[in-house]
Design a protein around this ligand. Structure first.
Ligand code: SUG
Length: 444
């Protein structure tokens, strides 16, 4: 049984804006109110998919969510036609409209946690949509995420779980705080869950609050029927969270046997390494720890450049590539570190710097933009084929973006009811291209 990793990238939606919505996400906070370019954002994302496809990787897409999300605005008491709802919300509750218009579902690393069939007790691929409870604008994503995942991965081979209840601090941020270590993608793996706190801990006086609750990670592992002997929980360091590591994938990334992380990413990295070593032994692989020392790359440099928010990928012909944002090339310290890795005898054999600046300005690097789903050949054949990309489909998506997307958008423009119409026209056309059928609320 051969299994391969498919990266499902989120297509950037037509309402991509800089809303300054995410406290604790330094890039989002500092881009607030700037003018965005949804067209460039979407094209940059498609460009990244093309690069990976050409490297021989399997590439999928997940569609944008319907935004502004009128059903949510109605729940807050706005009434009338859909256009009237948007206009009334823009006048009476502009911040609410901003939140209900965010294209944040593009960061599909936060869509769900996925466990491949080689890891689960019942041999099915398990998906749990993330509740994203820590940020209002993201907490409204999971119902549609669940609907989409169920539509794409339908049948006996797949098991879907609704997002966890999300009151208080019971946050679950999905795959951004989860990674899998294994000998290869088709071998059974060790699943590593990073969390920032207990949901029931009384935290105060912190600069930024962690988003992921340990209880949420444990629940996901339980629902996915993971073997506790092949599961590791690790606490993020509060220093990293306070510096802007709102998700662990800002300071760590894993693939195959390799775990690359910043020296200050975790509260107790030595205990984590010991546990991973002990638990990987029966699985027949030796973990490779690539710890980046703070005296070579500071936490601030790591978070500012998104060095760790890169995709670490197994190349079909052998070797491991790092797909980084150009910001990590522009920073001399991170660039030097990457160059040294490629030149040395370590696991990283290639590095590619890609322009995803539109997403980066909201705190989303290459790794945020993709959800990794390891699928056997049979599971891949059972998935809806329209969402699996080839060059022709990427061309069609580019044409679609050029037809439907604006090249300038400020948060104030969200009040324009024409934007709602444009977005719906775009998404309606997209469901046909991707063969998804009617999936959006406005189509039902
Ligand atoms: O949840 N930014 C996202 C970025 C998510 C990045 N994902 C990973 N690290 N996996 C967030 O903070 C900003 C939206 C705005 O400000 O308009 C935003 O939602």
């Amino acid at each position: 049984m051969s299994a391969r990793e498919v990266n499902f990238d989120g297509l950037v939606g037509p309402t991509h804006t800089y809303g300054g919505l995410s406290l604790g996400n330094v890039a989002s906070m500092s881009s607030e109110d700037q003018v965005s370019n949804p067209r460039d954002a979407a094209l940059q994302g498609i460009g990244k998919m093309r690069t990976l496809l050409r490297m021989g990787l399997l590439q999928g897409v997940l569609p944008p969510h319907e935004r502004p999300f009128v059903p949510a605005l109605r729940r807050f008491g706005f009434a009338g036609s859909d256009g009237e709802v948007v206009e009334a919300a823009a006048k009476a509750a502009p911040a609410l409209l901003r939140n209900c218009s965010s294209a944040s579902a593009m960061w599909t690393a936060n869509a769900a946690t996925v466990s491949p069939s080689a890891d689960t007790g019942d041999g099915r691929v398990h998906f749990t949509a993330a509740n994203l409870a820590a940020m209002f604008h993201r907490s409204i994503e999971h119902p549609f995420t669940s609907r989409c995942l169920r539509r794409i991965f339908e049948g006996e081979a797949f098991s879907h779980h609704d997002a966890l209840p999300g009151g208080g601090a019971m946050g679950d941020e999905g795959a951004a705080n989860h990674t899998r270590l294994s000998a290869s993608h088709d071998a059974p793996g060790l699943e590593l869950f990073a969390y920032g706190r207990s949901a029931f801990e009384k935290l105060s006086g912190l600069h930024f609050l962690p988003r992921q609750a340990r209880e949420a990670s444990e629940a996901v592992a339980r629902m996915h029927r993971l073997d506790p002997e092949r599961t590791v929980y690790v606490r993020q360091s509060q220093e990293a969270v306070d510096s802007g590591a709102f998700h662990n994938d800002v300071v760590g990334v894993g693939n195959g046997p390799v775990l690359m992380f910043h020296e200050r990413a975790y509260e107790d990295p030595r205990a984590m390494e010991d546990e991973i070593r002990r638990k990987s032994e029966p699985l027949g692989f030796e973990p490779v720890f690539l710890e980046v020392p703070a005296d070579r790359v500071s936490l601030l440099d790591a978070i500012g450049s998104y060095l760790f928010n890169s995709q670490l990928i197994t190349l079909p012909g052998g070797g491991t590539a790092l797909i980084l944002p150009t910001e990590a090339e522009d920073n001399p310290r991170t660039k030097r570190w990457v160059d040294a890795q490629v030149a040395g005898n370590g696991p990283i054999t290639e590095a590619h710097f890609l322009d995803v600046k539109q997403s980066m300005k909201n705190g989303g690097g290459p790794a945020c933009l993709r959800l990794r789903v390891v699928l056997t050949d049979a599971e891949r054949e059972a998935a809806r084929p329209g969402v699996l990309m080839d060059e022709g489909k990427l061309d069609a998506l580019e044409d679609w973006v050029r037809t439907h997307y604006r090249d300038r958008l400020s948060p104030a423009d969200l009040a324009d009811p024409k934007l709602l119409e444009e977005s719906r026209a775009a998404l309606d056309a997209l469901t046909q291209t991707l063969g998804l059928g009617s999936v959006y609320d406005f189509q039902m």
